[in-house]
Design a protein around this ligand. Sequence first.
Ligand SMILES: Cc1cc2nc3c(=O)[nH]c(=O)nc-3n(C[C@H](O)[C@H](O)[C@H](O)COP(=O)(O)OP(=O)(O)OC[C@H]3O[C@@H](n4cnc5c(N)ncnc54)[C@H](O)[C@@H]3O)c2cc1C
Length: 411
Amino acid sequence: MGSLGLYPFQVPEKVERLLATTRILGRQYLRPLGLEADRQGHAHPPDHPLYAMLAQAGYMERRLAQEAPEEEDGDAGRERWGARSAIAALEEASYWDRGMAVSLPGPGLGGPPVAQLGTPEQRGRFLSIFRDRSRPRWGAFGMTEAGAGSDVARIATRCERRGDRWVLRGEKTFCSNSPRADWIVVYATVDPALGRAGHRAFVVPRETPGLGPFKVERKMGLVAYETASFPLADCEVPAENLLGGEAAYSGNAGFVSAMKTFDLSRAAIAAMALGIGRSALDHASAFAAEAFDLARPLNRHRRVAERLATMGRRLDAGRLLCWKAAWLVDRRMPNSLEASMAKAWCAQAALETTSLAMEVLGEAGVVRDERVEKLFRDVKAMDLVEGTGQIQRLVIARRTLDYPRDEGVGR
Ligand SMILES: Cc1cc2nc3c(=O)[nH]c(=O)nc-3n(C[C@H](O)[C@H](O)[C@H](O)COP(=O)(O)OP(=O)(O)OC[C@H]3O[C@@H](n4cnc5c(N)ncnc54)[C@H](O)[C@@H]3O)c2cc1C
């Protein structure tokens, strides 16, 4: 065990090594390539040498172990660190560039539903491809639609069984990494009137006729990964691609699998927001140290020092929330309250930190090509993805006050 100072508890040597590697990756590749993507206005192509290099080095397997772990790792006595090492690495990668961090190959958000709901045969078929180091591969998660963002119960993409196939019809929006994904987990409904009970989750391979074309959104920030809309036009998938098989869909299983995805992903988004906030804080601190005499008492620059202290305090408090949420995942314990608290707090803290950092820099803060200006554009989406801040606050209120579950709002 060792401690890096930044993280709230001692971490195993393995996690320290992972962080050290992530730091090198971040400094050498993520920061410069993130800036380049932002300037050129689009993501780097899937055949960029960085992605091939990472695939060859076994990066996708590592992500698989963290994001879609096997149910049992065969050693019940050993403490699991998957979730905590994932959030630590994601904070560090996002410190260097959050857009590039999301663009890296791996199962991504598509991993957890396959791992949790998929049969052993499906887990083998869809997840083992990430053990093949010959080329980079991506997974994606397609839930959001134009009329169903926060309220995922309202998804309208239809699925209909025809013999040994399912036919999907509808349109998905804002699906990250989908244009380059080998497969996308697509949520559809057998009947919208059934609400959550009608949900089914399918793995749709990229070559499936009727999938696409993909329209990449022009985002204000996080340009380094593609977020796209796409139609499913009579898109046929074999019955074996229904995750878990039909027996798995008694009650709300399809919906529950999507929600379980958020146990780790909300803490992960929170950690990524912290990474962006920490980057803004470091940049503002370096700027202030050079520009002002922060040590002089009763100097107007003391206010700058106070702002920097406020940023650090908020980020540190957020890190504790994140680590608690991830620790619960590692112990296989319910964490929706803690994950929502982490997400609600950290996204807001990072947004405020980045805004305060711009203030510290003054006019320099709003100049294009200034790191804080990019961070400000990158950070805003952190309050939206994986359930907005308002939705997290609803979840927190419900869990804290033991309200009955609202059929309307899923996230
Ligand atoms: C960069 C980016 C990447 C994304 N990647 C993915 C992805 O890979 N896969 C995927 O499926 N989706 C993805 N999304 C979509 C994301 O999950 C949705 O944007 C999010 O769930 C919010 O949905 P919405 O944008 O439709 O907002 P809406 O649900 O339309 O909400 C609009 C506003 O109303 C508020 N609101 C809604 N309902 C309530 C309520 N009951 N009480 C109080 N306030 C409420 C919301 O908080 C929000 O402020 C991504 C989004 C972004 C920005």
